[in-house]
Design a protein around this ligand. Structure first.
Ligand code: NDP
Length: 295
């Protein structure tokens, strides 16, 4: 079977082109969308994510602020920074890069963010709005997966979507999105996880299989149905002495073998990865549009 590769750079490129137009329009009306990111501590992976977000803002002509705080920052100090951003009219959306140092309560931090500026979509108000199908900020990775399906013409209505993984940032919101009424959703959804019995018998029923567990090449060809669509969210670094860096990225799906059996698949890298930052930017532009409307 000829397998289609669903490309993250291609789909995100299409969305960025639309965002550029919306940003131009906002600017011509006197609003420059502003995104701020707070980073606490010196986790190297977080530093890379935060740098990439700032760069993308610049590329798109958005205003960007990065607030780097030492790892000893107290919860009170961080909450004060959040309060200041909540009140800052030049910042339409912001996020606190996770994970946070152990002495800071993540839930308290997320709940301190004004839901109308919560571009990560992690505030319980936005999570609740998503669940009941009301407008709000959608979490970037699941929203990005949905865009990949929609923009590559994958029919979702009436299809059995099986989601492997039930984290609060990928699996659970992914299920909430796909079960909604409407275009790009209307699916029959099953969520499986580490306590699921006979997981392969369920993944084999999937018309669309979305995998987010963080286990390199966990999903093998015998676990997927012929002709299924497979979306691999997993991002795992594995040792590879043949690679110049000594390691490389692989997904949660055994891409080389699964691709010969399915109708479409996302690669790693080059699949879901680039969608996350793209959907974050889309949320920031939406936040600026909402703020401009309510002025
Ligand atoms: P978490 O570790 O928070 O959750 C993993 C989930 O997978 C849990 O629900 C867990 O089940 C389930 N799981 C683990 N092992 C198994 C197993 N053997 N069988 C069935 N289920 C299992 O991970 P995240 O959701 O945060 O991330 C998942 C992957 O996606 C990671 O590789 C991460 O790097 C990647 N990721 C990529 C992004 C991107 O490309 N932009 C963004 C976010 C994540 P249980 O709940 O029972 O423990």
């Amino acid at each position: 079977m000829a397998c289609r590769i669903i490309s993250g750079p291609e789909v995100s490129g299409e969305i960025y082109a639309e965002l550029r137009e919306r940003i131009e329009k906002l600017k011509s009306e006197g609003t420059t969308p502003g995104l701020a990111v707070i980073l606490v501590g010196d986790d190297p992976a977080s530093q890379v994510y935060v740098r990439n977000k700032g760069r993308k803002c610049e590329e798109l002509g958005m205003h960007s602020e990065t607030i780097v705080l030492p790892k000893e920052t107290t919860e009170e100090e961080l909450l004060a920074r959040i309060d200041a951003l909540n009140k800052d009219p030049s910042i339409h959306g912001f996020l606190v890069q996770l994970p946070l140092p152990k002495h800071i309560d993540e839930d308290k931090v997320i709940e301190a963010i004004d839901p109308s500026k919560d571009v990560d979509g992690f505030h319980p108000v936005n999570v609740g709005r998503m669940l009941i199908g009301k407008p709000g900020f959608l979490p970037a990775t699941p929203a990005g997966v949905q865009q990949m399906l929609v923009r590559s013409g994958v029919e979702t209505a009436g299809k059995h979507v099986v989601i492997v993984g039930r984290s609060n940032i990928v699996g659970k919101p992914m299920a909430a999105l796909m079960v909604q009424r409407g275009f790009g959703a209307d699916s029959t959804v099953t969520v499986v996880h580490s306590k699921t019995r006979d997981l392969p018998s369920i993944t084999r029923q999937a018309d669309i299989l979305i995998v987010a567990i963080g286990k390199p090449r966990f999903v093998t060809a015998d676990m997927v149905k012929e002709g299924a669509v497979v979306i691999d969210v997993g991002t795992n670094r594995i040792d590879d002495p043949t690679h110049p860096k000594g390691s490389r990225l692989v997904g949660d799906v055994d891409f080389d073998n699964v691709k010969d059996k399915v109708s479409a698949i996302t690669p790693v890298p080059g699949g879901v990865g680039p969608m996350t930052i793209c959907m974050l930017m889309a949320n920031a532009v939406k936040a600026a549009e909402d703020a401009a409307k309510s002025r």
